[in-house]
Design a protein around this ligand. Sequence first.
Ligand SMILES: [Zn+2]
Length: 373
Amino acid sequence: MPNADNINRSRQIVKVSTIGIITNALLAAFKATIGILSNSIAIVLDAVNNLSDALSSVITIVGTKLAGKAPNREHPYGYGRVEYLTTVVIAVMVLTAGATSLKESIAQIIQPETPDYSPLSLIIVGVAVVVKILLGTYFKKRGKTLDSAALVASGQDALMDSIISISTLVAALVFVFFGLSLEAWLGVIISIFILRAGYEIIKDATAKLLGERADGELTKAIKSTIKEIDGVLGAYDLILNDYGPQRLWGSIHIEVADNMPATQIDALSRQIQELAYKKHQVILHTVGIYSQNTDKTSVSLKNEIYQFIKKHQEVLEIHGFYIKPDANDITLDIIIGFGSKNRQELLNTISSELMAKYPDYHFNITLDSDISD
Ligand SMILES: [Zn+2]
């Protein structure tokens, strides 16, 4: 949901991106001119690259603006994921730039053209290198602070470009002093680097769109915040859905004493929601409840059964254990890791082992997934 922080964030992103657009457009204009005058394909490619960077900043701005749209009936989780889509668009542009320069470079290897550098053109390329390094570092720094993958990606791209410009400069100097033209071969290497950068960016953004494992540091911190609250005996099954940068929605299960009244559980779950948002900026829309036996006999039976099940190394966690009084009915959840070959089969094995060892009890076992740390 857009709040003051989000609005300020998008303003900052727009500001940083505008600086990028102006700088890159200027660099592109200078380089295109000297590239054409010096008959240097490497410098012209470099200019094209700068132009695509300016365009990617435009896309970042558009993405941030669209993502800031308020939630509505059709999209109650807001438009935050638009930013991941725009990052994919930027990656596609980087990939296209890489493929184009690869094609041009190979054409140059087959049919070389002789470049003709003037000292001024070399100075301009040199200045451009410095500008790109400064711009790239600035983008990356601001992108990390503002939690904007698109900005970080653009920054990475700019640093990559400065390497490209440095090699263009080196190739030009080699030509001037030794009469050896390395441009085309250099172009091939540059293209491979550009293609790789594009692939890395697209991989990250698509992972976010598909839904990926939540950051372990964050999930562990949220769980420990909740476990510290009075009355919470355990915290499990934390689910976090990423609806865009700084928009995490989720749910959690907690264990409470079986004699806790509903009024207290109500207050407790509200307290958990409030703390999760205040400390971690996470919206927990549901707090599910597992009741925990308070009597000594149940507790010792529970520990015994936990030990028994944990013989299986693929069992990562057991929770939600409850014995219904007078009914000999036991409920529990077992997390079996994704690494296990057949999770359902292992659950069946555990279930029959339990029935054989504790014939007086009836077991209701839920198979949980290892969704977060
Ligand atoms: Zn569970």
